[in-house]
Ligand binder design. Structure first.
Ligand SMILES: NC(=O)c1ccc[n+]([C@@H]2O[C@H](COP(=O)([O-])OP(=O)(O)OC[C@H]3O[C@@H](n4cnc5c(N)ncnc54)[C@H](O)[C@@H]3O)[C@@H](O)[C@H]2O)c1
Length: 511
């Protein structure tokens, strides 16, 4: 009810009567600062004895389901969150809700254009709220509870999300829908291009960035007039569930978004029945490839990354480069799609103190502050088995790590491994029988390290050509000829170049 009311206020008071809207905005936000009226959980208090519940949102209402999935606290194994997961017999309300949205969307440049301004207002208010220390701390801690990472890493997600919303405040949503016009051949003829929505759409997101990925993707879809159904991995969906409540509080019309919790199979079924005109999927390549076939190409994919870093011949700032390598490979326990998976170092670097500095930095990571923590999609055994297979390759050796974390109560379904680096000789990596094994993405604190000499650069380029999960990469050098050679002969989603190059830490301006 509160959200509906606020939406009406926003509409009535909106652009024409900005002052009254603003005063109700300040009234509500100052109230929210003390008690977080949108929130239904307290991040610190969720526990086995006081489990939190996560609901679904469809056709304007919060709903439960027949079954719930009990999520284990990744730090102690207690069942601490009950997620109301919809099964295949319960998807009909979601199918109906999506089908209510026409192909031309909820708004477009010719229909309900005032909604561009409405979304500018919603973004302004949500950005304002997320900037409040109490609210940002709430989301940071909630992220830490379900996807354990350091406070700084979790806060980074909240900060980027807040900046994104700030960027799309005021008139910026309407400018996003800017059209173009081109003069034609004769009098009266012109062509115009317009940003058009898809209409009914789906957004599916993984566990590792519980706030940033779904919010940025959701808001982008809404700005342009789409009606999304959002599904976040159940292990972490509590974060987005609370964010949905915040957005409703900030005036998000309740009919505009549905929020579903389910397993992958049920979601797959929903997509086939509801037939959204576009699905945005972020997650593993395995699921991405299945959905691309099932949905006959009506899908955009953000999938796995086997992310590489090449250190050029010019050795400089070893401390800094070691620190960036440590952050790239092991921040968030290596569970970023952009995490450094393989490091190719010129022999000049192996003569430096780089590896010993990387080892020292890795050894500083500890469970107490979550600078290393549970791995949610690989068990300890799976990661150790992978390491053993790599160590069977002639000439390979363990550089550091390679042991389970100690003194913890992380449940067995999750992984707990010390930050690990395995050296494999470049000639062995290139062998047909080893290549696939060495270039497998391990979504945890795990990297491969190798070395090359000047005349072996073509072999590195060959290895980079043969990989297939091209997401991020870094070429660490200040030698313009070296940079040109590597960048010009590789493909990536994002390539960072220069001495400060890194694979992770995508700055806000990427979006
Ligand atoms: N490219 C990027 O921007 C990016 C960002 C983050 C993570 N990732 C990748 O995500 C992976 C890790 O995430 P994950 O293990 O949670 O991935 P995942 O593919 O197992 O799950 C992703 C989401 O898809 C859902 N899902 C699973 N099967 C489905 C199906 N058949 N139909 C519809 N939905 C289904 C899951 O419930 C989850 O919400 C890594 O490979 C990582 O590189 C990529």
């Amino acid at each position: 009810m509160g959200s509906r009311l606020l939406f009406r206020q926003a509409r009535i008071g909106g652009p024409r009567n900005g002052r009254s809207w603003l005063s109700s905005f300040h009234h509500l936000s100052s109230r929210s600062l003390h008690s977080l009226p949108f929130a239904t959980v307290n991040a610190e208090e969720i526990s086995g004895s006081r489990p939190a519940e996560v609901e679904n949102f469809v056709q304007g209402n919060w709903t439960k389901s027949k079954n719930s999935n009990e999520i284990l606290d990744p730090l102690n194994g207690e069942p601490f969150i009950k997620v109301a997961e919809v099964d295949e017999t319960e998807i009909q309300p979601f199918v109906e809700s999506l089908s209510k949205c026409p192909k031309h969307g909820l708004h477009n440049p010719f229909k309900a254009p005032e909604r561009y301004l409405l979304y500018g207002d919603i973004s302004a208010k949500a950005a304002h709220m997320l900037a409040q220390p109490k609210v940002s701390d709430f989301f940071t801690r909630l992220i830490q509870r379900v996807a354990p990472k350091s406070y700084q890493q979790a806060f980074g997600e909240v900060y980027v999300t807040q900046k994104f919303l700030e960027n799309f405040s005021g008139d910026q949503v309407r400018f996003l829908a800017r059209s173009f016009g081109v003069p034609g051949n004769h009098l009266g003829q012109q062509s115009h291009g317009f940003r058009w929505p898809y209409g009914p759409v789906a957004i599916i997101t993984p566990f590792n960035f519980p706030l940033e990925i779904p919010v940025l993707q959701l808001m982008g879809a809404l700005y342009m007039g789409n009606k999304p159904v959002v599904k976040v991995d159940s292990k972490v969906s509590i974060v987005m569930e609370q964010m949905m409540r915040l957005l409703h509080h900030c005036g998000l019309p309740v009919e505009d978004v549905d929020f579903i919790n389910s397993d992958g199979k049920t979601m797959n079924r929903l997509l086939l029945e509801a037939n959204p005109r576009m699905t945005l999927f972020t997650g593993s390549s395995r699921v991405a490839e299945k959905l691309a076939t099932d949905l006959k190409g009506q899908i955009k994919l953000e999938d796995a990354g086997f992310d590489w870093k090449v250190l050029g011949p010019d050795v400089q700032e070893v401390d800094y480069v070691a620190w960036v390598c440590d952050q790239d490979a092991y921040a968030c326990s290596g569970q970023k799609c952009s995490a450094q998976s393989i490091l190719f170092m010129h022999e000049n670097w192996s003569k430096s103190s780089l590896i010993s500095k990387m080892r020292n930095l890795a050894e500083r990571r500890k469970l107490e502050d979550l600078t290393i923590g549970p791995v949610l999609t690989f068990t300890t055994g799976q990661m150790l088995d992978h390491m053993s297979s790599l160590l069977c390759i002639p000439g390979s050796k363990l550089l550091f790590g390679g042991e389970p974390l100690e003194n913890h109560s992380i449940p067995h379904i999750y992984g707990a491994l010390k930050p690990t680096a395995v050296y494999v000789p470049i000639d062995e990596i290139l062998k047909e029988e080893n290549f696939e094994l060495v270039t497998r993405e391990i979504f945890g604190p795990f990297q491969i390290v190798t070395e090359y000499k000047d005349d072996q650069l073509p072999k590195i380029l060959d290895a980079l050509e043969r990989m297939h999960a091209h997401l991020t990469a870094a070429v660490v050098s200040n030698d313009p000829l070296f940079l040109q050679e590597v960048i010009g002969k590789t493909v990536n989603g994002t390539t960072y170049a220069g001495l400060r190059a890194r694979t992770t830490g995508a700055p806000q301006n990427h979006w």
